[in-house]
Design a protein around this ligand. Structure first.
Ligand SMILES: NC(=O)c1ccc[n+]([C@@H]2O[C@H](COP(=O)([O-])OP(=O)(O)OC[C@H]3O[C@@H](n4cnc5c(N)ncnc54)[C@H](O)[C@@H]3O)[C@@H](O)[C@H]2O)c1
Length: 344
């Protein structure tokens, strides 16, 4: 193998701790050479656990200038995704940016353009694409046994970001997060409905509200109805007020039966077919939850293999932008009370 990709992690909070750092540390294609966080203590804590020799920064610009990394993970509050991705691309670094990739389509386009101009890879961590149940579901749908997809239901909800990142107060501030549950969780399923069905959402109607969380100017609940370009219908929902076990599922009603992607351990992926009448349960681990330490999705290895040209990116900048466009259309639909066409 070529030399491992030298990777820096910018933002050493919850997602860096649960996903990026352990994944890079486990990937032979990657070597973590730098950690950056405004809180040096957080950066040092991750370094001690995963890459004791890595350099520690509190200023990402200094890290980019030092030339210690070939690639970065951007694990920062949402409004920083755009500016930091563009700065990293300009410094010649490949970027894996967290979801939602940007706060507007113009910003997403500028990120894609900056990466293209610099000749670096831009990927968006729509991590649900890497769940074993979702990868298997894609295989099942592409095999054709389910027949034409007619109706899709997708939901992602948990108790809220305060239970995920105890220091992540920014999730509740529009100035830093831009969206609440709508994009924090909703963009995962907006991406997944596109990715699994292979269809684009054409128009959306939606509603959102803040039903329970206090001291916030973002929504904690969101629902949308989707009409795909070929007429397929769907619903998309996300919530920060789901009590107990998180709700993380998708159901696809198809011409030959129903495919359920569950978070329940006994039936994580199940196809109920009418012709021939049968039930197929695909044994596999259920999707990781926010409570799991390390999700084993190999996102770091996949990013580095894409940089090295060994495999296709699991979610390109363009793909991330199309999923964001669904959420932005939904927001406009909710704000205007109208059906809104999804435009890039
Ligand atoms: N893909 C997924 O499944 C998933 C899951 C959770 C969160 N996320 C995304 O990851 C991103 C980060 O979320 P989180 O939960 O880790 O948040 P967090 O608040 O736990 O971590 C963010 C970190 O960024 C640091 N930071 C803020 N400004 C900085 C700056 N200018 N320079 C350096 N460091 C800075 C903070 O000190 C903090 O440690 C968000 O965009 C979120 O939507 C993705």
């Amino acid at each position: 193998m070529e030399k491992p990709v030298k990777v820096g992690i910018i933002g050493c909070g919850a997602i860096a701790e649960h996903l990026h750092a352990p994944d890079y540390a486990a990937a032979p294609e990657a070597e973590i050479t730098a950690f950056c966080d405004l809180s040096k203590a957080k950066a040092e804590r991750l370094a001690a656990r995963h890459a004791p020799g890595a350099k520690i920064y509190s200023d990402y610009k200094a890290m980019l200038k030092d030339g210690v990394v070939d690639a970065v993970s951007v694990c920062l509050p949402n409004v920083l995704h755009g500016p930091v991705t563009i700065a990293a691309a300009k410094a010649g670094c490949h970027v894996l940016v967290e979801k939602p990739m940007a706060t507007s389509l113009d910003e997403a386009k500028a990120m894609i353009a900056a990466a293209k101009k610099a000749g670096v890879l831009l990927m968006v961590n729509q991590s649900q694409r890497r769940f074993p149940s979702h990868r298997k579901a894609k295989e099942v749908l592409e095999s054709g046994i389910m027949g034409k997809i007619l109706h899709v239901t997708a939901m992602f909800g948990h108790m809220g970001p305060e239970y995920w990142s105890p220091t992540g107060k920014w999730f509740f501030q529009k100035k830093q997060a831009r969206f609440g549950a709508m994009a924090d969780l909703g963009v995962h399923k907006a991406d997944l409905v596109r990715h699994l069905t292979g269809k684009e959402v054409a128009e959306v109607s939606a509603a959102y509200g803040t039903l329970e969380k206090k001291n916030t100017d973002v929504e904690d609940n969101f629902v949308a109805t989707l009409k795909f370009a070929d007429g397929t219908l769907g619903t998309l929902a996300s919530s920060w007020t789901v009590k107990g076990m998180e709700a993380n599922y998708m159901i696809l009603h198809c011409a030959n039966g129903t495919l359920e992607i569950n978070w329940l351990p006994d039936k994580p992926l199940m196809a109920q077919l009418t012709k021939p009448e049968c039930e197929i349960v695909f044994p596999m681990p259920p999707p990781p939850t926010n409570a799991d330490a390390g999700w084993g999705l190999d996102i770091g290895g996949a990013f580095c293999r894409a940089i090295l040209g060994l495999e296709a990116p699991y979610c390109s900048g363009e793909e991330g932008m199309k999923s964001l466009a669904v959420i932005l259309a939904a927001e406009k639909a909710a704000d205007t009370g109208r059906t809104v066409k999804v435009k890039i």
